[in-house]
Design a protein around this ligand. Sequence first.
Ligand code: AHR
Length: 514
Amino acid sequence: MKTNKKTLLLIASMFFFSLVIGQDNKIIIKTKEAKDTISRYIYGHFAEHLGRCIYDGIWVGEDTDIPNTRGIRNDVIDALKELDIPVLRWPGGCYADLYQWKDGIGPKDERPPIINKFWGDVREDNSFGTHEFLDLCEILETEPYLAINVGSGSIEDAYDWIEYVNSDKASPMADLRRKNGREDPWNVKFWGIGNENWGCGGNMTAAYYTDLYKRYATYCWAEYKVASGGLNHDYNWTETLLKGTKDVTHLIQGISYHHYTVCHTWDKKGSATDFDESEWFSTIRKNMEMEENLKGHIELFKQYDPDNKIALIADEWGNWHDPEPGTNPGFLYQQNTLRDAITASIYLNIFNNHADRVKMANIAQTVNVLQAMLLTQGNQIVKTPSFYIFKMYKVHHDALLLPTEVVCEDYINKENSIPALSVSASKNEGLIHITVANVNPNKEIATILALEGIEEYKVISSEIITANEMNAYNDFGKEEAVYLKKFDDLKQKNQNITVTLPPKSIVLVTLQTK
Ligand code: AHR
């Protein structure tokens, strides 16, 4: 990193200032080094046919007392609208490589059912299919991102699906769509070619999938095709894909990346709500470690794609806890606490800070599954702490990333330590937005925000998400415990603002430049 004279002066003055006020946390916001836009697609979501995400969570059908629009829950529509969801991925996940899209179109009473072998072995009646999903996207004004079945499907099926959804010609598939009540094509831009094809998507090797990807992509006439990536540290998968598609880059616009955090191990992940401080720490440490892992993939992208044509797409991410006791373990239903809000803020800060390469991300999942935005029970709905992070972070959608330099104390737990702060900042139409999490559950932290390169500005608002308990969560029939509120513990003095972040909190500061 280059440090110029001005920066040195700023650091020196902040050091002096820190001595005076007795703290040494500072965030330098480099307003003159901004170059990358934070794609709004980083704020994408993922809805799979898994447990009660689609059926019950989004889709209740028209024949119910739960208020709905053409079968889609109105409370879910209203809540998701608050998030301005830019893109929604469907139908999976593992389910994508099982899904027969042709069984999900036409008159509902003629649709053959499917047994969801991956998730709970339950029977689904296919009443929620292509038309219903794309209706949801139109209602939410969100862009659909469809995942094609590679594992158990065929290229012909994939070709037909794209034709059915996007063609305006008098072709057999477009005519079938018209017969099923939809005249205009939906013009879906984003198409994923399979999902986790190293595992539930067919247990393939990287080389085999790369060849298969090229076959599929050749016959999938779609604007934006995403190859299915490897898991966490599987650099070999990423490298094989990048190398193998080097001469056909017109066939690949993105490579997906999945990253889940488990507190303990995959076999015993840990409770979503019943955890102690060492589990709080372990989860957050693993969330933060994701950055190094992501950087490893980005290095490969830089090597094989120096012109930055292929996007890194984190189309599944989040905390994965043990299912709630008493629920179907195949349904992956988990509660969502302040810890998950901190997690969401860390992941989103990291994605923002790598906006040059990360062009889309989709948290898993939208309703009732894993790190959900919303939980439903009968006709009740709960907005989770993670929901409020997505609401708070809307300010970063398509904003210009402002690089930050963070000098902060550590949060120490036994013999381990991690940085106590996680930060990202952006600029949009004269407004600067800084989102910062204090991950230490025991200590308030006063930090200086220093704007490098801007002489005059004023704080115009500030918001916070926090709670008294680490495991505070929102529950049915109870007053919300974790939500977005106004915050005012900040002081401006010349070029510096001092923010006093309460323990375990996430704060958004909005400044107006003059
Ligand atoms: O999100 C749950 C599952 O996690 C998805 O179906 C799969 O892609 C991943 O392993």
